[in-house]
Design a protein around this ligand. Structure first.
Ligand code: ATP
Ligand code: MG
Length: 650
């Protein structure tokens, strides 16, 4: 990593920024020394129906884990995201909606219109028998109604659980049953990348596996025919005609659940992560404003799907709580071609853009011609999330997209954390490509020795990443299984929240996420993070993506197994294999030399774009029958190809 170049805060970023270095240092210190005082002040960013007097009540001691913030406060999340903006920003655009097809006209939904839609939607849900505390599963494409549905639930105190529109009927049924939902909200079809997913038909299949009392509400997105079952299925547009226009927001306790979201399942069976109302909204609104340096009037775009936590926190709740204009995109980065992102940025004059390293690498792999000729000068801040970003992709993003003029915020966080935990702030943090840099306010990261669990005091450290105290946006429990919550996150390293990620802290105190702790391999007694080998592979000009896992090796204990996707136009060959092997030897050293390299046109990914290494590990170990839960895979077909090619390789 010696060739990583430092990118100091530029003067222009400092001038614009809400927080500079001195402020960051002072605020961070205060947030750690006096969390009660700090959060008593910053909870004021929300409108409370009843202002909290009890700020923090937390027990991290296993097994009685209990996390409460603002516990005697009352608020309504939808009122914070909509009603309180009506006075000054009623006419301002809340949501810009860009459809899958560039030929469809974009929609601009003002806060006033958002209010009207959400009230109607909430009344429809009430009409269908939903009341405070009931669960509602949302299985929708990236359409404005998805945001209306979330906010309508929040308005009446129902708990939503969003399931990716790309998930199968089985995955959907599991989630409906796990949370015992009363209503499923879906659409006739979901257009995406020029194709259509038959959502309602999937929902019908799923509902066969659910209780008879689950009702289904369908949004007309495409207009094609779908089956409607009398007494169970309702059209949203028809229901809306039968209900009133006004719906008062319900007063909710700060600790009442806002939503359940199942993790992406890259390491195991998905967990129903529960987030509550007050702390979550304080956290998402504050991080959204400060991390993206959001100023009133900015056009902000997070390219995630609402089916994963990034969409919850940084398309809907954080931005709308801040009265922002948030862009919602129905499509994919490569449809109609690989210039779509840049076209959307140009068209809507986007100021902040947030996406995943996997998307950046994929677009980089298509070549620069797709970027050229687009006016990206509106951009002020770029962001990444989801995985460590390799320095090559970082530099490409910085130079080709940001034209060397915009900071990149590499935000480390998890479904469980609600929002960003370790991240640069645009005006405060000198950037190092590949490092998520420093903790956000109130976050106390610690490095622990993996085996002993001892805290590593030295600044320079390598180990597992844990958090020593709670922050308001933290998850509160696993739905219906508090024991699993305590066991998963608090048992192994007692007294800490254990992230499951490994990290390195450099001499400047910067954090570098090295991947999941279980992605560390032991080659002839040397422990190394698979992310390091992956980073070396993708630094080769012919490689677009790489995933590395360990496999049993007679001599070395574990061998290094690399799955490699090549750049467009490159052909696999034995020569290239050798070239890549030598390249890794040069970049890291002979110890990291790949034992097996499998060329893979596609890698198994979650819908949020994360490589499912546990599946790759099983294939590398020849254990095809125990791939585990694959319900969250974006393209299950790639697994069969991988197995065939793996057998050929051996
Ligand atoms: P599951 O927990 O079900 O296995 P998951 O961990 O992939 O799924 P998420 O909560 O969506 O589900 O992802 C969080 C993980 O993503 C983090 O634990 C970390 O490994 C990785 N991650 C997120 N952001 C970054 C980042 N900026 N740098 C490095 N890694 C990141
Ligand atoms: Mg996880």
């Amino acid at each position: 990593m010696s060739d990583v170049q430092l990118h100091p805060v530029q003067d222009a970023w400092k001038e614009r920024a809400l927080i500079d270095k001195a402020q960051y240092d002072e605020m961070y210190k205060r947030s750690i020394d006096d969390p009660e005082g700090f959060w008593k002040e910053h909870m004021q960013r929300l409108d409370w129906i009843k202002e909290p007097t009890r700020i923090k009540a937390v027990n991290f001691e296993y097994p009685d884990i209990s996390i409460k913030w603002f516990e005697d406060g009352e608020l309504n999340v939808s009122a914070n995201c909509i009603d309180r903006h009506l006075k000054d920003k009623g006419e301002q655009t809340a949501i810009i909606w860009e459809a899958d097809s560039p030929d469809d006209e974009a929609q601009h939904i003002s806060y006033q219109q958002l209010h009207a839609h959400v009230c109607k939607f909430a009344n429809v849900l009430k009409e269908m028998g939903v009341s405070k505390g009931d669960r509602v599963v949302i299985y929708l494409p990236m359409i404005p109604q998805a945001a209306y549905a979330m906010l309508a639930c929040a308005r009446i105190g129902a708990v939503h659980s969003i399931v990716f529109a790309g998930f199968s009927p089985d995955a959907l049924a599991d989630r409906i049953n796990d949370c015992d939902a009363k209503v499923l909200i879906t659409a006739d079809h979901a257009p995406r990348g020029g194709k259509k997913t038959p959502l309602k038909a999937n929902a019908d299949k799923a509902l066969k596996k659910c209780g008879d009392d689950v009702k289904c509400l369908t949004v007309k997105r495409v207009g094609d025919d779908v089956d409607m079952q009398d007494g169970r299925d309702f059209w949203l547009h028809e229901m809306e005609e039968t209900v009133g226009n006004d719906c008062d927001p319900v007063a909710m306790n700060a600790e009442d659940p806002l939503f359940i979201l199942y993790t992406s399942g890259s390491t195991g069976k998905p967990k129903g992560v529960v987030h509550t109302s007050g702390g979550y909204l304080v956290w998402t609104s504050m991080t959204h404003e400060l991390v993206f340096d959001y100023h009133p009037g900015d056009i902000y775009w997070c390219g995630a799907d609402i089916g994963w936590v990034t969409g919850h926190s940084y398309i809907v709740y954080g931005p709308l709580a801040n009265g922002a204009t948030t862009l919602m995109f129905e499509g994919v980065p490569t449809y109609p071609d690989a210039s779509r992102f840049w076209k959307v940025i140009e068209k809507h004059k986007v100021n902040q853009f947030y996406t995943a390293p996997t998307a950046i690498r994929a677009l980089m792999g298509k070549g620069d011609s797709f970027v050229e000729g687009h006016d990206l000068s509106s951009l002020k801040v770029l962001g990444t999330v989801g995985e460590p970003i390799n320095p090559e992709a970082w530099e490409w993003y910085f130079h080709k997209i940001g034209k060397g003029k915009t900071p990149i915020v590499d935000t480390w966080w998890q479904t469980e954390t609600g929002g960003h935990l370790i991240t640069p702030l645009p005006g405060a943090t000198d950037l190092k490509p590949g490092s998520a840099t420093n903790p956000f306010f109130g976050v106390k990261p610690v490095m622990l020795e993996a085996e002993s669990g001892k805290v590593i005091e030295a600044t320079e450290a390598e180990g597992v990443l844990a958090i020593a105290d709670s922050w308001p946006g933290q998850m509160r429990t696993v739905y219906g299984d508090h024991e699993r919550f305590a066991n998963t996150y608090f048992q192994q390293y007692q007294g800490y929240y254990f992230s499951g990620d490994g990290a390195r802290r450099d001499a400047d105190g910067y954090y570098w996420i090295t991947g999941r702790v279980d992605d560390v391999i032991n080659v002839s007694g040397h422990r190394m993070g698979t992310a390091e080998v992956e980073s070396a592979l993708v630094s080769h000009p012919k490689v677009s993506e790489a995933a590395v896992v360990g496999y049993p090796h007679d001599v070395k204990g574990q061998g290094i197994y690399c799955y490699v996707t090549l750049m467009a136009g490159e052909e696999p060959s034995e020569e290239l294999r050798n070239e890549l092997r030598n390249h890794v030897r040069e970049e890291i050293g002979p110890i990291a030399s790949p034992d097996l390299i499998q060329f893979a046109p596609g890698l198994p990914k979650t819908r949020s774009g994360k490589i499912m290494r546990r599946i790759l590990r099983k294939i590398a170990e020849d254990q095809y029958d125990s791939l585990g839960d694959t319900s969250t895979l974006a393209e299950p077909e790639v697994v069969d190809d991988l197995i065939v090619n793996h057998k050929d390789l051996k």
